[in-house]
Design a protein around this ligand. Structure first.
Ligand code: GLN
Length: 248
């Protein structure tokens, strides 16, 4: 599993979210504390953020470990945003390498998406058109999931995540589907097979695969849940578990 995190609130630097916390994403890239699959997240990373210059986010993705990217570590202290989504990658066996396979994926103009987990390609490939996949630029399993979310964006971000998880779980009950997405105003996430937590403070709220420090306030999200974060607060609701194929 990879690790991911998002921030929604007052503008803060990328370093403040990703680099500086004692157990933040930078540390999680080589020493995650709650990761259930894989030991290090050295197969690339990505950060997306909304600058206020139009609806489209900026994206910075690289194929190597975040700790080796001195240019990112240098700029991270100088870029501020009120909505950030970042991920570090531990590639699932058999998936392609390269920055195109790293989250965040961009869906349409505005939406960023990250996937922690693994999905059997044979099961999801028939659900996705070649054109949808080509737009996302990779054949990593997460890109298939991203295409399924993208095709549902008209329903709103939380419903799009819930719908994509249900569609994959129906054909691949063993899939792990922790998703994290934002359109710059709302952050939505699923817990489906791995850890997820959140913390609200005076300046905003953070959602993360695992706590980035040992301070109080972190709330663990139960597995099979949908989390939605807006300027008004955070809500968590259970996700429906699809009936196995063939059952009445
Ligand atoms: N399956 C995705 C990939 O290969 C996510 C991997 C993960 O969560 N470790 O990039």
């Amino acid at each position: 599993m990879c690790r991911h995190t998002a921030w929604l609130g007052r503008p803060r630097t990328l370093a403040d979210l990703v680099v500086d916390p004692p157990y933040g994403l930078l540390r999680q890239s080589w020493q995650p504390r709650r990761q259930r699959q894989g030991r290090v997240n050295a197969d690339g990373f990505g950060v997306g953020w909304y600058s206020g210059e139009g609806p489209e986010p900026a994206r910075y993705r690289r194929a190597g470990p975040i700790w080796q990217d001195r240019s990112f570590l240098s700029l991270a202290g100088h870029v501020r945003s009120g909505c950030v989504l970042a991920a570090v990658r531990s590639a699932t066996a058999g998936t392609p390498a390269g920055e195109e396979a790293c989250a965040p994926f961009q869906l349409g103009r505005e939406v960023l998406l990250s996937h922690n987990g693994a999905v059997p390609l044979a099961a999801v490939a028939p659900l996705v058109s070649a054109g949808d996949l080509a737009r996302l630029g990779s054949t990593v399993d997460s890109a298939f999931v991203a295409a399924l979310v993208e095709s549902r964006l008209g329903e709103g971000l939380p419903a799009a995540l819930a719908g994509a998880v249900a569609a994959v779980a129906e054909v691949a009950p063993q899939a792990r589907l922790n998703l994290l997405a934002t359109d710059g105003r709302t952050v939505s996430a699923t817990a489906w097979g791995d850890t997820l937590c959140w913390r609200v403070g005076d300046a905003g709220a953070v959602v993360a695969s695992e706590p980035s420090d040992d301070e109080p306030g972190w709330v663990q999200v139960p597995d099979r849940s949908l989390l939605t974060l807006t300027g008004d607060g955070c809500s968590v609701s259970p996700l429906a578990i699809p009936e196995p194929e063939g059952s009445a």
